[in-house]
Design a protein around this ligand. Structure first.
Ligand SMILES: [Mn+2]
Length: 316
C-alpha cells in the first residue's frame, strides 16, 4: 500500500512530526509544503494524482492547517476523491483552523487537532501513532522545546538553523528528507550535517550583522517594538531570541525582501496572532506568527508604518 507523509517545511516540528510518522511507516514517501494557496494546491494535486494511480493508500498530513476559505473547498474535494479511491487520511495539527473548515473536515477523516497551544504536532503524532518508540519520544521532546521556546538554554538550535539553511539552499527537498529519515532512526546529527552547518554558520553570521544594522526601535503605545529587515539565512525565531537577549524589547517584527513578516514577542500582553491578523495572509500562534506586507519591502519606512498600524489595531 502506498503511504504518503505530507508535512510542514517550516521547522523542527514539521520535520520531526514527519519522522515520527516515518517510524510507524518506514516505507512512506515524504514531501513538504507550507502555508498559502499555491502550496496547498500543489499538495492536493499531488495526492489526487497518487490516488488516481492506485486504489487504496494512506496519507498523513502533519503540522499544516486549513486557515482560510480559499483552500477549504479544494481540501474537501481532494478528501472526497481520496476516499472514493479507498485512501485513508490521518491529519495531525496544532494550528488555529478556520472554524467551519474544522467542523466539515472532522466529519470526513481522522483529524487529530489540538489547538490548545500546549502541544506541537510532533507530540500529537507521538500520542496518536507512536507512543511506544523511544526515538519518537525524544523527537517530540525536542520539537516541543523548539516550538514553544521553553528551556532555551538547554536547546540546541543547530538543527533549526540547518533546516532554515536547507530550505533556502540547493537540493532543498533531498536535504530535508534526509534529515527526516535520519531522525526517524535516531540519528539527530552526523558528519554531513556538521559540514553543512559550518558552511551555514559563516554565511549567516555575516547576514545577521547586516540585518542588525537595519534594526529600528519604536514605541507603539506603551511597548518597545523592534523592526528589522532580515537577510535570507537569518532564521526568524532564533534571531528574535538573540535580539530579546541583547535589548529591552517587547515585540520584534522581522521582514524580508519578499515582504514576509515574522512576529515574536517578549511579553504576554501582546498577541502575535492578533497583530498578524491585520497583515496580509496573517496567521500563527499567540507567541509566534507571520504574514505579508502590502508595502514594497524596499521601502523600509512604509513597511514599518504598516507594521506599526497592525500592532496598534491589535491593541484596541
Ligand atoms: Mn508546528
Amino acid at each position: 500500500m502506498r503511504i504518503i507523509i505530507c508535512s510542514h517545511e517550516a521547522d523542527i516540528d514539521g520535520m520531526y512530526s514527519a519522522s515520527v510518522a516515518l517510524i510507524k511507516y518506514p516505507g512512506a514517501h515524504i514531501s513538504f509544503y507550507n502555508y498559502g494557496l499555491d502550496y496547498f494546491k500543489r499538495m492536493f494535486d499531488y495526492l489526487k494524482g497518487e490516488a488516481k494511480k492506485a486504489v487504496g493508500g494512506l496519507v498523513i498530513i502533519s503540522d499544516l492547517g486549513i486557515n482560510d476559505e480559499s483552500v477549504l473547498q479544494l481540501c474537501i474535494d481532494t478528501i472526497r476523491y481520496l476516499k472514493k479511491r479507498r485512501w485513508s487520511i490521518i491529519w495531525v495539527d496544532h494550528h488555529p483552523w478556520h472554524r467551519q473548515g474544522l467542523a466539515s473536515i472532522r466529519k470526513l477523516i481522522k483529524l487529530h487537532h489540538d489547538p490548545t497551544g500546549k502541544k506541537c504536532a510532533t507530540e500529537i503524532m507521538y500520542d496518536r501513532l507512536m507512543n511506544k518508540s523511544k526515538i519518537a519520544k525524544q523527537l517530540k521532546m525536542i520539537a516541543h522545546i523548539s516550538d514553544f521556546m521553553t528551556d532555551v538554554k538547554n536547546h540546541d538550535s543547530r538543527v533549526s538553523e540547518l533546516i532554515h539553511f536547507y530550505r533556502n539552499g540547493s537540493r532543498s527537498r533531498q536535504k530535508l528528507e534526509s534529515l527526516v529519515r535520519k531522525a526517524s532512526i535516531g540519528v539527530l546529527w552526523d558528519h554531513e550535517m556538521q559540514i553543512d552547518y559550518i558552511k551555514f554558520a559563516k554565511m549567516s553570521d555575516f547576514q545577521k550583522s547586516k540585518s542588525l544594522n537595519t534594526l529600528v526601535i519604536k514605541k507603539v503605545n506603551s511597548f518597545d517594538v523592534a523592526f528589522v529587515f532580515t537577510y535570507p539565512l537569518v532564521q526568524a525565531s532564533l534571531f528574535a531570541n538573540e535580539i530579546f537577549a541583547k535589548m529591552k524589547i517587547d515585540l520584534v517584527m522581522l521582514f524580508n525582501k519578499e515582504g514576509k513578516v515574522s512576529i515574536r514577542r517578549n511579553t504576554h500582553k501582546i498577541s502575535c496572532n492578533k497583530v498578524a491578523s491585520f497583515l496580509v495572509e496573517g496567521g500563527g500562534h499567540e507567541f509566534a506568527s507571520g504574514g505579508r506586507l502590502e508595502s514594497d519591502p524596499r521601502n523600509f519606512n512604509a513597511c514599518i508604518k504598516e507594521m506599526q498600524t497592525a500592532i496598534k489595531r491589535s491593541l484596541t
